[in-house]
Write a protein that binds this ligand. Structure first.
Ligand SMILES: C[S@@+](CC[C@H](N)C(=O)[O-])C[C@H]1O[C@@H](n2cnc3c(N)ncnc32)[C@H](O)[C@@H]1O
Length: 321
């Protein structure tokens, strides 16, 4: 049996895997050992679960879709290369963010380290440098970055712009952090906090090349532990996906956010309470921010990029009465 042809664990179909992650019941009902399981002889290239032609997770037949290459919805195909003579670059209304308009429109950021991808994302070179040279941009995938999803979901202002100092809570391996570093550019700084040592290692590796990123492998609940590493910041971006995220944000704002600075927060409803309706949870998180001296500015949902997520922006009014 060829690897991935049929096996109850190594399902070789990205569509089914996604469904299985979301719907355990579906997976269980179709488990091959169960009496009601639909047993069928798997055909090569077809998913044994849904019998559709398999979009293999491991297939290398398509450029850039091998192991370790970007996966999932909207994963870019291929790596670097020219944007093509038809690709035109337009600035997005958010400074530091651009739209590459070619065969398809893509959100991109200007690569701070030309020639390098961070997580296998596609790079495109477009005319526009001095003396006819090209400038390299990295594709910013909204299915892999909540901030990109927030931009495409219509946030009026992300407050993260060239030259800004940003405190990023929940940096993970640095995928989105690297785009934030591109946006703030060499004049700006990104303090990236992540408490998982494993993700922290990747974050540190990424920061070796992006010198405007200061990786901090600490718990964001304990800002005193990294107080000596951070000066006052203009913006806090939070994506820690924890039930006490609002408290974490308020705590970090009290320590590091300048007066009238801003927060951009990704709220995952199921992380806070999986039983209550998302809208109720978003409202209660906003209330916690108000109590922490924030004035809410905007709220968007991250559909279709993320399910039951909202992105909220607010202004810090430390001295407001
Ligand atoms: C949803 S992921 C962040 C994804 C990331 N923002 C991105 O778009 O690439 C949440 C991350 O927050 C981290 N995290 C959760 N609680 C934390 C805490 N108290 N302190 C620091 N990091 C935390 C997790 O380890 C995880 O990597």
């Amino acid at each position: 049996m060829a690897f991935g042809e049929f096996c109850c664990i190594f399902v070789d179909c990205a569509d089914c895997l996604r469904r299985i992650r979301w719907t355990w019941r579906l997976f269980w009902a179709r488990w091959p050992g169960r009496s009601n399981a639909r047993r069928r002889r798997p055909r090569k290239g077809f998913c044994p679960w849904c019998a559709k032609r398999s979009r293999s997770r491991w297939s290398t037949s398509r450029r850039g879709r091998g192991r370790g290459a970007p996966r999932g919805r909207g994963a870019p195909r291929g790596r670097g290369g020219a944007g093509g003579s038809n690709t035109v670059l337009e600035p997005h209304r958010h400074p530091g963010v651009f739209i590459a308009k070619g065969k398809e429109h893509m959100l991109v950021t200007k690569n701070l380290v030309p020639g390098e991808s961070v997580y296998g994302e596609k790079r495109i070179s477009i005319d526009g440098g001095v003396d006819g040279t090209k400038i390299e941009y990295r594709v910013w995938n909204p299915f892999r970055s909540k901030l990109a999803a927030g931009v495409l979901s219509g946030l009026d202002n992300i407050f993260i712009a060239p030259g800004k100092k940003v405190l990023y809570l929940g940096a993970a391996s640095g995928t989105s952090v690297s785009h934030v570093a591109d946006i703030v550019g060499p004049e700006g700084v990104v303090y990236a906090v992540e408490f998982s040592p494993r993700s922290g290692r990747d974050l540190i590796t990424m920061a070796k090349k992006r010198t405007n990123v200061i990786p901090i492998v600490e718990d964001a609940r304990l800002p005193n532990k990294y107080r000596m590493l951070i000066s006052t910041v203009d913006v806090i971006f939070a994506d820690v996906a924890q039930p006490d995220q609002a408290r974490i944000v308020v705590h970090n704002a009290q320590s590091f956010l300048r007066e009238n600075g801003h927060v951009v927060i990704s709220i995952k409803a199921s992380c806070i309470d999986s039983t209550a309706p998302p809208d109720v949870i978003f409202a209660s998180e906003l209330q916690k921010l108000k109590e922490g001296r924030f004035k809410p500015i905007e709220q968007v949902t991250l559909e279709p990029y993320e399910r039951d997520h909202a992105m909220v922006t607010a202004q810090y009014r430390r001295h407001a009465s």
